[in-house]
Design a protein around this ligand. Structure first.
Ligand code: NDP
Length: 311
């Protein structure tokens, strides 16, 4: 039996690099870096960044698709992935920390008027502005899982008032947590910043529509590091152009790379970043080998996702 790596993203990592990292942990297990070199009938585990169409159907012994990352929406919904095939993801600490840093950075940019000061400085203008105070600022974190939990704790550590939202009830020190769609309007009405760290699932897709934006506090700012399809793009633009929203920081998009003519690029109130908020998976990668071992041994997998729930 064998492991097949299908990354196809040399900017991030080459298959051979991952093979060299995993091979000492899986002695005797063939690790293929290319479909053309693989003995396809032996492949038990397929590790991917993106599941390409028609790959899984060529692997008759496939039991597990191991996502090299967190978002599994395109895998769990893949029409040609038979229902018996399990799906697991990674939960590296670094990526969670990096996303928390990203969210903090953009909130602090606004709290401290950094863009205004930079503009003033270029013009030689001395214009003091009182910073907004964290203990008087409410940050709502939507999604309180592996990453959202770290985001919520990071804001709480800087004395922000943190509100959190998830599907099932949660308890996070320093945060007031609620769950379920019915709890959302009252929470959103209080938030100066809304940070979305939600997965893309049938329940969350298009969640950020005009109804939700109308529930947000006037002057609120949105940060989306979850997935692009959580947001109805026209409704976001309307909420920024005369609606309640004062700004949006977007790291993820329905179409990536964001098309050159997309209105988000030029919009005064939108900051676009190219899906970089969470990057490093290093300390999660050994779990690929561990999941191969567990699968063969019949032990519970690390970070298996529910294909039904979609995350
Ligand atoms: P987790 O699965 O650990 O957490 C997901 C959270 O979302 C959980 O708290 C879950 O609730 C909540 N949730 C799911 N569905 C709903 C719903 N219908 N209503 C309310 N809450 C819901 O995922 P992670 O925290 O690890 O990652 C979240 C997402 O971040 C990923 O799926 C991915 O899309 C994105 N991501 C983005 C990156 C980037 O670079 N921009 C990098 C990595 C991830 P509950 O706790 O009740 O289950």
């Amino acid at each position: 039996m064998a492991l097949l790596l299908d990354i196809r993203d040399p900017n991030w990592m080459r298959e051979e690099e991952l093979r060299d990292l995993l091979a000492p942990r899986l002695p005797g297990v063939p690790i293929y870096c290319d479909l053309t070199e693989a003995e396809l009938e032996k492949v038990l585990v397929l590790a991917v960044v993106r599941l390409r169409p028609d790959v899984a159907v060529r692997l008759p012994a496939l039991k597990l698709v191991q996502k090299l990352g967190a978002g599994v929406e395109s895998i769990v919904q893949a029409p040609d992935l038979p229902p018996h095939i399990r799906v697991a993801r990674l939960k590296p600490q670094q990526a969670g920390r990096e996303i928390a840093e990203y969210c903090l950075a953009y909130v602090l940019r606004d709290q401290r008027y950094m863009l205004d000061h930079a503009t003033d400085a270029k013009k030689g203008r001395w214009s003091p502005m009182a910073p907004r105070q964290s203990h008087k600022t409410s940050v709502g974190v939507l999604g309180l899982g592996h990453i959202g939990g770290q985001v919520a704790k990071s804001f709480a550590a800087l004395c922000f008032r943190v509100l959190g939202w998830s599907r099932s009830p949660k308890s996070i020190e320093g945060a007031t947590c609620v769950s379920g769609r019915d709890a959302l309007p009252a929470m959103l009405a209080e938030c100066d910043y809304v940070v979305s760290v939600l997965p893309s699932t049938p329940e969350t897709r298009d969640l950020f529509d005009s109804r939700l934006f109308d529930e947000m506090k006037a002057g609120a700012r949105l940060i989306n590091v979850g997935r692009g399809d959580l947001i109805v793009e026209e409704d976001l633009l309307a909420a920024l152009d005369g609606g309640p929203l004062a700004g949006a920081v977007l790291d993820v998009f329905r179409q990536e790379p964001l098309p050159a003519d997309h209105p988000f690029w030029q919009h005064d109130k939108i900051t676009v970043t190219p899906h970089v908020s969470g990057w490093h998976l290093d300390n999660g990668l050994p779990d690929v080998a561990e999941n191969y071992r567990r699968l063969v041994a019949g032990e519970p997998l690390l970070h298996e996702v529910s294909r039904q729930a979609g995350y």
